[in-house]
Design a protein around this ligand. Structure first.
Ligand code: FES
Ligand code: FES
Length: 161
């Protein structure tokens, strides 16, 4: 068993830990840092439940090794929530019943924010396409698309003079 020391920034805090080389990023976040908002579903890159942001880009935490994040900046759903960056998405998901069990929701919101932070108002098809790698077993997706679309429109209104 090989263990390596890594240093990274997680949700704005510097973290230095010894990790096993085979540990995935999502397991590291959940088990070593107790950041359990990132979920583990399929464990092979299909469901999107483990979506987190690394150096500003969303990744599948189950397909990335923790050691690959040495020196990186990682943001989880906890960090996105604490900063207020996704407060409108969280409110819209709640208002529009875009979640039931909530298992997919952290990954879904992280992926939605990845699309919306580009600043355009995406079409429903573009929203569907961007979220197509995030599976939900409960909602049938319409409410999720509605929620993301409504936030895109609200943000655009907020930007207009
Ligand atoms: S747990 Fe990572 S994509 Fe499903
Ligand atoms: S709300 Fe249950 S999996 Fe999406």
């Amino acid at each position: 068993m090989t263990a390596l020391d890594i240093s990274l920034t997680v949700n704005g805090e510097r973290v230095t830990e010894r990790v096993e080389a085979r540990n995935t990023l999502v397991d590291f976040l959940r088990e070593e840092l107790a950041l359990t908002g990132s979920h583990v579903g399929c464990e092979h890159g299909v469901c999107g439940a483990c979506t987190v942001r690394v150096n500003g880009e969303i990744v599948r935490g189950c397909l990335m090794l923790a050691v690959q994040c040495d020196g990186a900046t990682v943001e989880t759903i906890e960090g996105l929530s604490d900063s207020g960056e996704i407060a409108d998405l969280q409110a819209a998901f709640e208002q529009r019943n875009a979640l039931q069990c909530g298992f997919c929701t952290p990954g879904m919101i992280a992926a939605a924010q990845d699309l919306l932070k580009r600043g355009d108002v995406p079409s429903r098809d573009q929203i569907r396409e961007h979220l197509s790698g995030n599976y939900c077993r409960c909602t049938g997706y319409h409410a999720i698309i509605d929620a993301v679309e409504s936030v895109a429109q609200q943000r655009a209104k907020g930007r207009s003079p």
